[in-house]
Design a protein around this ligand. Structure first.
Ligand code: MG
Length: 269
């Protein structure tokens, strides 16, 4: 089950006429012949010494120390989840979902998360360690305890609601979920939707997800805002925040960083 973030409204209402015009213009300007020596080189992004750590051009959204870059969906006030050991933050059930103050469009997002150990077997389905990562405050990558091995009965839920699903539409291609109590990673590449001046979608959003290093969503085109038991559809919007869901379960998060990605002119020629 999902609770659509109120934060989805942040930055909303802005249509993208100017952006579309800019893209069209840049596409014309950036047509180069093969091996054209006048073609500008991309900027440098120095990779981190360790995989999973932010490269030089990343924006650190949470480094274990504080939630100063986050706000609560409840009244847009202070984010009141619990920080532990200057390392990670845990959802405080009923405190409300949280979202970044800064808004984003196209991006690469790294999130580490952990479901708790010791949850009774009788707690199943969407109640078993549920949270979620929201792109632009409205497109959810599900967080859930979907771990399975020979000794553990799979948490039964609908496929498009298990861990790493694009909630309500796309199950992951494989289940790469680790055990409760173990840290897991999402590495997400997101191409935002674009709308014309009438609010019609002219490019649907696309999502790629690596779960614990395993590609589970490969450039998937999605049909709209995450909802529960309703077919997704688009509502025009501008940039939006990254959201983390309070679904009533104490999920831990750490090492959250994002890279803002430019439009890629070759996609729209
Ligand atoms: Mg969820």
């Amino acid at each position: 089950m999902t609770c659509r973030s109120k934060a989805a409204k942040v930055g909303g209402g802005l249509l993208l006429v100017a952006l579309l015009a800019g893209i069209a213009g840049s596409a014309v300007k950036q047509k180069y012949s093969v091996h054209d020596k006048t073609r500008p080189h991309p900027p440098v992004a120095t990779p981190a010494a360790q995989f999973g750590q932010p490269p030089s051009d990343a924006i650190i959204l949470f480094n274990g120390k504080d939630l100063s870059q986050w706000r609560s969906d409840r009244g847009n006030g202070e984010a009141k989840w619990k920080i532990v050991d200057n390392d990670y933050v845990v959802v405080t059930p009923k405190a409300g979902s949280i979202h970044t103050q800064k808004v984003f469009g196209n991006c690469q997002l790294h999130v580490e998360w952990r479901t708790p150990e010791g949850v009774p077997a009788k707690v199943t389905d969407q109640n078993r360690s549920n949270s979620g990562v929201f792109l632009m405050g409205r497109y959810e990558i599900q967080v859930l305890d979907s771990y399975t091995d020979d000794n553990y009965k799979t948490n039964s839920t609908y496929a498009d609601g298990q861990a790493a699903a694009i909630y309500g539409s796309h199950p992951p291609m494989v289940n790469a979920t680790r055990k409760p109590g173990e840290w897991q990673t999402y590495d997400i590449a997101f191409l935002r939707p674009l709308f014309d001046e009438k609010g019609n979608v002219v490019r649907k959003a696309r999502i790629t997800v690596f779960h614990n290093g395993v590609c589970v969503q490969n450039n998937v085109e999605i049909e709209g805002t995450t909802t529960h038991k309703i077919k997704a559809k688009y509502t025009p919007h501008g940039e939006g925040p990254i959201g983390l869901q309070d679904h009533g379960n104490p999920i831990a998060f750490r090492n959250i960083w994002i890279r803002e990605l430019p439009e890629q002119p070759y996609l729209i020629e």
